[in-house]
Design a protein around this ligand. Structure first.
Ligand code: DGY
Length: 435
C-alpha cells in the first residue's frame, strides 16, 4: 500500500468512527469519547481537517468538571451497550462534577500538546482565529493541570498521582499487578463485563484485574468522587512515571501557549521545576537505568520493566546520560525490546524478558501505535534521529501489513483488540510525510 492509499484508508477509519461531536476510539468496543484518544486524534487530524480537530478538543473540554478535572470517558450522547454505563459512575448531580455524564477518573494529559499542534497549524493561515482558539481552550487546560498538581498532589511533590489503573491509559499494565494484588477483593460491586463481546478473552484484561477496576470505582463513587477524600483513602495511589512525563511535556506546551497569550507562565514554571526534581530524586533507578513508577501506598518504586519507562523520553525529564542508558541498555537490548530474535515488530509494551509479559494481552506486551509515537518523539528530542526513524518506519510497515488495529502481537504482527482503531489511524496520518 503506497502512502496516498494508506492516508486515504486512515481518513476513512476516522470518518467511520465520527459521530459529529467526537470520534469514537472504535465503533463498537469504545462508543464514547476518551480523553487521551481525543487528544491523539486531534493531533493526527491537524494536517488533514483542522476544523474537525478543533471540534474534538471542544467536545473534550465540554466534559470538564467544575473542580477542573477533565474526565477519562465522556458520554455526551448518553448510554450505549458499553460498560461501565454512565449511571455506574454515579457522577450525575455532583456539585463539583460535569454538566453531562462522564466517568469519575482522568487520563494522561495529552490535550495541551494537541492544542499547541492545532495552534501552530492555524497560525500559518489565520492568526486571529488561532489566538481565539487559545483564549477559548487554554484556561480549561490550565485548570486541569492545576487540579492534577494540587488535588492529585496534596503534598506538592511535583508529581500527580493516579488512583485507578484506567487513569494510566494502560489498564492492565504489569506495572499495576503487585499494587492490585495487595488490595483484597471484598467490595466488588455487581457488574457485567461487555468488553468480551467484541474481543477475544486472551486479548483483554483477566477477570481479577476487572474485578479490581470495578471495586476501585465503587469505592470512589461511595466517596462522592471527592478528590481530597479519594487521594487520602484510595487503596491504589501511584505516581505514574509515564503519566507524569506526558504532564511535563504538556506543561511545557501550556507555558508556551500562555506566553503566546501574553500572560505569565510563572505558576507552570514552578510545576516544571518541581517535577524535574521529583523525576530525578524519586523515580530514577541508577541500578536499573530506568525511571519507574512510585507506589505511594507501598512507599516504594515499582520495578517493572515496561515501555512506559522508555517513553518517559517524551517528557524530556532524563539527562543525556540517562537517555543513553534507557536506549542502549533497554530499547536496543534483544532480550527486552529490540526487534530480532522472535519479534518482527517493536516496541512491546512489556519487556520480553519480564515474567509478566504476555504478547497478546492488551497492555501486557502487545505493540501499541501510540506508545511507538511517544517513544519516537522522545528519541528524536534526545538526538536519536535514526532510531526514531526506524520506529516510525517499523510502525508504518506494521499498519500496512495488519491494518489500523488497536494493538498487535509483535512476534508476527497479528492484529489484536478492536479493529479500525482511531488513534492508530490518526497517528498514521501524523507519521506519513505530508501530501
Ligand atoms: C476499557 O473499557 O477497557 C477502557 O480501557 C477503559 O478506559
Amino acid at each position: 500500500m503506497n502512502d496516498a492509499t494508506l492516508r486515504q484508508a486512515a481518513i476513512e477509519v476516522l470518518r467511520g468512527n465520527d459521530t459529529g461531536a467526537f470520534i469514537k476510539p472504535a465503533f463498537d468496543q469504545y462508543p464514547h469519547q476518551w480523553n487521551w484518544d481525543a487528544a491523539l486524534v486531534a493531533i493526527g487530524l491537524a494536517a488533514v481537517d483542522l476544523p474537525r480537530a478543533k471540534q474534538e478538543v471542544r467536545t473534550l473540554i465540554s466534559g470538564q468538571w467544575r473542580d477542573g478535572m477533565i474526565p477519562h470517558i465522556l458520554y455526551p450522547s448518553g448510554a450505549s451497550e458499553y460498560f461501565p454505563s454512565p449511571e455506574f459512575w454515579g457522577t450525575a448531580g455532583l456539585a463539583h462534577g460535569p454538566d453531562f455524564p462522564t466517568s469519575g477518573l482522568t487520563q494522561p494529559p495529552v490535550l495541551a500538546t494537541a492544542i499547541r499542534t492545532l495552534y501552530m497549524r492555524e497560525l500559518e493561515v489565520d492568526g486571529a482565529s488561532a489566538r481565539a482558539f487559545l483564549e477559548e481552550t487554554v484556561p480549561a487546560v490550565a485548570a486541569w493541570h492545576r487540579w492534577l498538581l494540587t488535588s492529585r498532589d496534596p503534598t506538592g511533590s511535583g508529581l500527580a498521582s493516579i488512583v485507578h489503573p484506567w487513569e494510566s491509559g494502560m489498564d492492565n499494565s504489569s506495572r499495576w499487578a503487585a499494587a492490585l494484588e495487595r488490595i483484597p477483593l471484598d467490595r466488588v460491586p455487581a457488574f457485567e463485563r461487555r468488553d468480551l463481546r467484541h474481543v477475544g478473552e486472551d486479548e483483554r484484561p483477566v477477570e481479577s484485574d476487572y474485578r479490581h477496576f470495578m471495586q476501585l470505582i465503587a469505592i470512589y463513587r461511595d466517596l462522592g468522587w471527592d478528590a481530597a477524600a479519594t487521594v487520602s483513602r484510595a487503596p491504589f495511589v501511584v505516581q505514574d512515571v509515564f503519566f507524569n512525563a506526558v504532564l511535563v511535556r504538556a506543561n511545557h506546551d501550556l507555558a508556551y501557549l500562555v506566553r503566546e497569550l501574553g500572560q505569565s507562565a510563572h505558576e507552570i514554571d514552578g510545576w516544571l521545576e518541581r517535577a524535574g526534581r521529583a523525576f530525578q530524586e524519586r523515580l530514577w533507578s541508577e541500578d536499573d537505568g530506568l525511571f519507574y513508577d512510585f507506589d505511594a501506598r507501598a512507599g516504594a518504586p515499582i520495578r517493572e520493566n515496561t515501555s512506559a519507562s522508555l517513553a518517559v523520553l517524551y517528557g524530556g525529564v532524563a539527562d543525556a546520560r540517562q537517555a543513553r542508558r534507557i536506549v542502549h541498555e533497554h530499547l536496543l537490548n534483544p532480550d527486552e525490546y529490540a526487534v530480532g530474535a522472535g519479534a518482527r515488530y517493536g516496541v512491546p509494551t512489556t519487556a520480553r524478558n519480564n515474567p509478566r509479559h504476555e504478547p497478546r494481552r492488551y497492555w501486557r506486551g502487545p505493540v501499541w501505535i501510540n506508545m511507538n509515537w511517544f517513544l519516537a518523539r522522545g528519541l528524536r528530542d534526545y538526538g536519536f534521529g535514526d532510531l526514531a526513524d526506524a520506529v516510525v518506519r517499523d510502525t508504518l510497515d506494521l499498519i500496512r501489513t495488519a491494518g489500523f488495529s488497536e494493538y498487535f502481537d509483535g512476534r508476527d504482527g497479528t492484529p489484536l483488540g478492536a479493529q479500525r482503531f482511531s488513534w492508530s489511524a490518526a497517528l498514521t496520518l501524523e507519521a506519513l510525510p505530508e501530501a
